[in-house]
Write a protein that binds this ligand. Structure first.
Ligand code: AP5
Length: 234
C-alpha cells in the first residue's frame, strides 16, 4: 500500500525539515507547496506573478490554484508509490479536495507536529536559507542526503550559495502567518483527528528525536491503514 503522508503544523514546526528526511529515507518524493510557489516566483512564471505579494504578506494563496498545483504533481509517476506533502492541505477546502484526489490510492497518514508558539517565533527569526538553491541551512545540515558534506560558515552546504533570511520570516509577517495558521489551518486538526491514521508528534525536541518519533507514528498509522484494507495493496 502506498505511503501517503501529510505533515500538519504551524510555520516553523519543522514540517519541511522532517518531510525532507522522511521522504529521503523512504525513497518517496517530498512535495512542498511553499517550495513550489517560491520556485514559481523565482522563475517569474504566471503563477509566480500571481502569488508573490500574497506570500510576502503571509496570507494564503487561493484554494483553486493550490489544489490545481497539487493535483498535477500527484499525477507524476514518482508519486504513485507514495509522497510526503509539506504545507498542503492548509484549509478544509484543500483537505476535501485531497481526499478526492487520492480516493483510489490508499489511506492518508496524517502527522501533526506540535510546537509551542514561543519556540516557533524563535526558530523563524533565526532561520537562514540559501539565496541560490533555497535550501534551509538547518535542514541541509540535518539532512541525511548531505551527511559528510563540508560546511562553510555563512554558505549553503548544498551549493555554496550565500545564506539569507527568508522573505516572509520578518517579525511582522511571522505574526500574520501564525494568525492565518490559527484561523485557517488549525481547524484541519479537528477535520482529521478522529481518523485512525491521525498521529501527533512532539516537535519541540531535537530534530533526530522528532525524526524517530515521526517514523514510529507513520509506521503505526500505516499498519492501521493496512489492517483496515485487509492488507491488500492498493
Ligand atoms: P511554507 O513554505 O509551507 O511555510 P510554512 O508553513 O509557514 O512553514 P515553514 O517553512 O516556515 O516551516 P516548517 O514547518 O516547514 O519548518 P522548517 O522545517 O522550515 O509556505 C509559505 C507560504 O506559501 C505561505 O505563507 C502561503 O503564502 C503559501 N502557501 C504554501 N502552501 C500553501 C497552501 N497549501 N495553500 C495556500 N498557500 C500556501 O523549520 C523552521 C526552522 O526551524 C528552520 O530553521 C529549521 O532548521 C529549524 N528547526 C526545524 N526543526 C527543529 C527542531 N526540532 N529543533 C530546532 N530547530 C528546528
Amino acid at each position: 500500500m502506498a505511503l501517503n503522508v501529510i505533515m500538519l503544523g504551524p510555520p516553523g514546526a519543522g514540517k519541511g525539515t522532517q518531510a525532507e528526511r522522511f521522504a529521503h529515507g523512504r525513497g518517496i518524493p517530498k512535495i512542498s507547496t511553499g517550495d513550489i510557489l517560491r520556485k514559481a516566483v523565482e522563475d517569474g512564471t504566471e503563477i509566480g506573478g500571481l502569488v508573490k505579494a500574497i506570500m510576502d504578506r503571509g496570507e494564503l494563496v487561493n484554494d483553486e490554484v493550490m489544489t490545481g498545483i497539487v493535483r498535477d504533481r500527484l499525477e507524476k509517476a514518482d508519486a504513485r508509490s507514495g509522497f510526503v506533502l509539506d504545507g498542503f492541505p492548509r484549509t478544509v477546502a484543500q483537505a476535501v479536495a485531497l481526499d478526492d484526489m487520492i480516493l483510489d490510492r490508499g489511506s492518508l497518514l496524517v502527522i501533526d507536529i506540535v510546537v509551542p508558539e514561543t519556540e516557533l517565533v524563535r526558530r523563524l527569526a533565526g532561520r537562514m536559507i540559501c539565496a541560490d538553491c533555497g535550501a534551509n541551512a538547518g535542514e541541509a545540515a540535518e539532512s541525511g542526503s548531505l551527511a559528510g558534506t563540508k560546511a562553510h560558515p555563512g554558505r549553503c552546504r548544498r551549493c555554496g550559495g550565500a545564506l539569507v533570511q527568508r522573505a516572509d520570516d520578518s517579525n511582522g509577517v511571522v505574526r500574520e502567518r501564525l494568525k492565518v495558521y490559527h484561523c485557517q489551518t488549525e481547524p484541519l486538526v479537528e477535520y482529521y483527528r478522529r481518523r485512525p491514521t491521525f498521529r501527533s508528534v512532539n516537535g519541540a525536541q531535537p530534530p533526530d528525536t522528532v525524526a524517530t518519533d515521526l517514523e514510529t507514528a507513520v509506521d503505526a498509522a500505516h499498519r492501521v491503514a493496512m489492517a483496515a484494507s485487509g492488507g491488500v495493496p492498493r
